[in-house]
Ligand binder design. Structure first.
Ligand SMILES: [Zn+2]
Ligand SMILES: [Zn+2]
Length: 663
């Protein structure tokens, strides 16, 4: 018999897993228990740190305002929150006071002491905490199969015993505060350290339902050190600076006019240039890769989406129907029944109809259809976010129809294609997730053999790519496995991009066939493949990744000419014309602004090359470069300048400083 303090002397161990379950270090274990240390910098350790900080926040709130009632206080990604029922909403001023009080509690080194209570005891002790009482009631029901699962409420009352944590003053041994909680926590408040901060205020309905009272939520963050906190705050600032909605305005790329409606974007000329370059490049590569482009309408009769099952499984995500073709007589009686049409939420059914339009033989396969297909989805207006969450967007959607024999070879090709295309756009850091079936659920359709064979095919493809692969049992669609590709951007954020989904189900639903070598009719397998995913979202990711400073080939304006004085306009104008003639997006700034102002403007607009010319350049038939970071290269011969610029475009290079072009 020993507790965790005796087992682990390393100070970074703050909790432990006992037979797989997270426990306080004070828990007593026996030789038969399997005990693993949890260090503060591990994901579990960070969650415990953050949740312990949430406790201290609640204690601080009730110290300042004893009338405040407690909601819940779970850890969340990078931090924590706690909900309170208070008469007056918190203000930035109250955050300052709370910050001070929390620092005091943390310094005092109060111990988090676990105490098992009966439901009757808990109800008596928490008589003044109506929300906690409600959670105790929920726990009572949880035993009968109505549990709240693994959502946030389970922080306070999990399965098993009810526990209260007392905050005990180490000097007096007195309990100064307590909270209903299943734990675990850090051994004491001092271990929270100084890597924490209160972040922001929000309102939140109790248990997420608008039928319930509205509570006041305080968000905070907590890290193992002050340096880590600063690094996190820096990441947030970087992310805010790079916010694509902000850059979209500043660089005049796109907007969401109210007159059109929420989540529906229009692309301005400068944004349109970037998008056109993206699409043209992708189109050229698809054609070279053996894909054929098709075009399909935005709208269809309901029968199609009934057959595809989208109107059963995806109806919530679709726009409501449009009633068409109904006819009435003079009295208003219906003489001809109308038809419901739906905006398409996906392109797959329409591509299937192209396949099905005539008999197919094994010689036609693989058949690779591609479309930049615009789809419409009924996202809640509250969920919309810039270009990353919209109601209308364009998928770079492909559907490949293959024989079962071709599945592995074709998915290998698809993965290679996807990765090399993303590299063309300057993304480098990828990892893969393989969603597969498990043996727990019985939702899987199709034979064991099909699952083995298709999952193995995807696994082989993923392994051959050499990228980090995570297998996710139980995460597959009910009909087949898929691979998701994620990328990490310039500030370390992970984005889900491409998906390769194996699907025998839609071919079955639509009764697709091909005639095999042996003359037998067989069923093809479909591969759904979105590469960028949504063009809008991919554009937003690139915009944030590059903080608006696109590689030269994507930059809306590639070159701006800035004459030192008006008399050099003809000389520099001729160079700009020369560049345009070789397909460079070049402009001459002949505005009345002073030269320094022009340089500032185009630097803010993140134009890769500013070409400046004055007397020396004109006399020597040269031009001077100024780069995004302010570095320069003076007196470059005109031919050489054009050749360098052209090469940076053709090689899809990023150029931010002199050495990126002249080295
Ligand atoms: Zn707790
Ligand atoms: Zn599809």
């Amino acid at each position: 018999m020993a507790d965790g303090f005796a087992l682990f002397t390393d100070r970074s161990v703050v909790a432990m897993r006992v037979n797989g379950e997270l426990k306080d270090l004070a828990t007593t274990v026996t030789d038969d228990d399997v005990v693993e240390p949890v260090t503060i910098d591990s994901p579990d350790g960070l969650s415990i740190l953050r949740h312990s900080a949430a406790h201290v926040l609640a204690q601080a709130v009730q110290t300042i305002n004893p009338e405040a009632k407690l909601g819940i206080g779970p850890p969340v990604t990078d931090g924590f929150y706690y909900d309170f029922d208070v008469a007056e909403p918190f203000t930035p001023e109250s955050l300052k006071a709370l910050d001070k009080e929390m620092a005091r509690i943390i310094r005092s080194g109060q111990r988090f002491m676990r105490r098992v209570v009966t439901e009757v005891e808990a109800r008596a002790e928490l008589a003044n905490e109506p929300y906690k009482l409600e959670l105790i009631g929920l726990k009572g029901r949880a035993g009968h199969g109505e549990g709240s699962g693994d959502d946030h409420e389970s922080v306070e009352v999990g399965a098993g015993e009810l526990t209260i944590y007392d905050n005990v003053d180490p000097k007096t041994g007195e309990t100064v505060w307590k909270d209903l909680c299943r734990g675990p926590h850090l051994p004491n408040t001092r271990m929270i350290g100084n890597g924490w901060a209160l972040m922001r205020l929000a309102a939140a309905y109790w248990r997420g339902s608008e039928k319930n009272p509205q509570l006041q939520r305080i968000y905070g963050t907590a890290w193992t050190t002050k340096d880590e906190l600063r690094a996190y705050q820096h990441r947030l600032e970087e992310a805010a600076k790079r916010d694509h909605r902000k850059l979209g305005r500043e660089l005049d790329l796109f907007s969401f006019p109210d007159e059109i409606g929420s989540g529906l974007s229009v692309w301005h000329p400068r944004g349109g240039v970037v998008r056109m370059e993206m699409e043209q490049h992708a189109r050229r590569r698809h054609v070279a890769g053996g894909y054929t482009y098709v075009y399909t309408p935005h709208i269809s009769k309901e029968d199609l989406f009934l057959q595809s099952n989208h109107l059963v499984t995806y109806k919530e995500g679709m726009f409501p129907p449009i009633r068409m073709d109904e006819e009435r007589d003079a009295e208003g009686n219906v003489t001809k029944q109308g038809q419901d049409y739906y905006l398409k939420p996906m392109n797959c059914p329409m591509h299937i109809l192209i396949y099905k339009e005539r008999g197919r033989s094994y010689r036609d396969l693989p058949m690779r259809l591609a479309e930049n297909g615009t789809v419409y989805r009924n996202e809640l207006s509250g969920a919309l976010h810039g270009l990353t969450r919209v109601r209308g967007f364009t998928q770079d959607d492909s559907h490949l129809f293959v024989t079962p024999d071709q599945l592995e070879e074709e998915t290998t090709k698809v993965m290679d294609f996807v990765i090399s295309m993303l590299r063309d756009f300057g993304l480098e850091d990828f990892e893969l997730e393989l969603s597969m079936r498990d043996d727990q659920s019985d939702k899987w359709i199709g034979s064991e053999e099909f699952w083995d064979y298709s999952t193995n095919a995807l696994r082989n493809v993923a392994r051959a790519s050499g990228l980090k692969l995570t297998e996710m049992p139980g995460e597959a669609a009910f009909y087949g496995p898929k691979i998701d590709l994620k990328t990490r951007d310039a500030i370390g954020r992970t984005w889900q991009l491409s998906t390769v989904q194996v699907d025998p189900n839609l071919p079955e639903r639509f009764d697709l066939e091909f005639t095999d070598r042996d003359g037998q009719k067989k069923r093809p397998i479909m591969i759904h493949r979105a590469l960028f995913g949504s063009i809008e979202r991919f554009f937003a990711i690139l915009l944030e990744h590059y903080a608006g400073a696109f590689p030269v080939w994507l930059a809306p304006v590639q070159v701006v000419g800035i004459p030192v004085a008006d008399e050099y306009v003809p000389y520099l104008g001729a160079i700009i014309e020369l560049l345009r003639g070789s397909g460079v997006r070049a402009e001459l700034d002949t505005s009345d602004d002073r030269m320094q102002k022009k340089i500032r403007t185009h630097t803010t607009q993140k134009v890769p090359f500013q070409l400046i010319a004055g007397e020396q350049d004109r006399a020597g038939e040269t031009v001077s470069f100024r780069f995004r970071d302010g570095t320069q290269e003076n007196g470059v011969a005109i031919d050489e300048a054009v050749a360098h610029i052209r090469a940076s475009i053709d090689e899809r290079r990023q150029v931010t400083t002199r050495d990126d072009l002249f080295s």
